[in-house]
Ligand binder design. Sequence first.
Ligand code: NAP
Length: 307
Amino acid sequence: MYDMIIVGAGAAGLTAALYGVRAGMKVVVFEKMGVGGQIILTDIVENYPGFPSISGPDLMDKFENHVKKFGVDIRYEEVTGVKKSKAGFEIITDEEKYETIALVIATGSQPRKLHVDGEAEFIGKGVSYCAVCDGPFFKDKEVAVIGGGDAAVKEALYLTQIVKKVTVIHRRDKLRAEKILQDQAFSNDKVDFIWNSIVDHIDGKDKFEGITIKEVNNPDQKKKLEVGGVFVYIGHIPNTKFIDLVKKKEGGFIITDDCLLTSEKGIFAAGDCRDTCLRQIATCVGDGALAAYHAGEWVERVKSGHA
Ligand code: NAP
């Protein structure tokens, strides 16, 4: 029996684990892939205080070493279901079943797909969701980046270090990205923009040949772009399908209160998987601390018979 089980070993989950073990709770973290979450796909992080410039993988290595120093147990098992139990919750993984009094969901999110013809066929062969992982395959080529948020602009800037030219294709005439990133992109000679346009389909039969875009206000107006690759940054989908005990917003983001409690007493959500207005490493860390603190209070109440 655990006091607190955490699902997900990204910034939110690891912070919750650290706060949990330091508060004397019996804690385990379940992670299905690798420690670090989405941040390990980020080239350089410049907005996490204390680290003016650090690579995403290096920062998450520091998180992992830190929590391990305090004895956090991280297990590589995928949580596939959660049921209510007498003591709290039964957590079902692909290997075993576990019991816990409190649960913290910190499963993050995954890249949203375009859902256009050719996308699925050319993943890893021209279509990518990770510039840091795949950028080097496009050395000195022209590429397209889809999206207008922080991720699209940041990754477009990153790609300029490798590729010949980056064309950012955005569905509106204004970027959503923060101003400092916009300024950097607008002043970078290697970055071009195509506004009010979306991807119609990916071109190519056996081999990726480029993309065809269309104007949002005039969909018959199509244009073929002979780029070497396309990087898609159009937001994320939360990894919350495995749990149906808690209320979610449209799109699957988990609804929480100010204490990060979900609609189910004893279940908390932290980080990118919850309904929030900002998804940053700093906010994930804050979420992890808050969720663990309130989970700890809940555990005390349950143990003392006051829940
Ligand atoms: P985001 O902020 O949700 O932006 C998604 C972008 O994709 C928007 O510009 C959106 O257009 C566009 N889009 C959505 N669906 C589309 C579709 N089907 N076709 C074409 N375009 C589509 O997502 P994000 O950039 O991944 O960022 C997620 C969170 O992480 C944000 O809170 C962000 O601040 C944070 N982040 C921060 C940094 C940083 O360095 N500070 C880096 C990466 C991410 P509209 O603008 O028209 O909605």
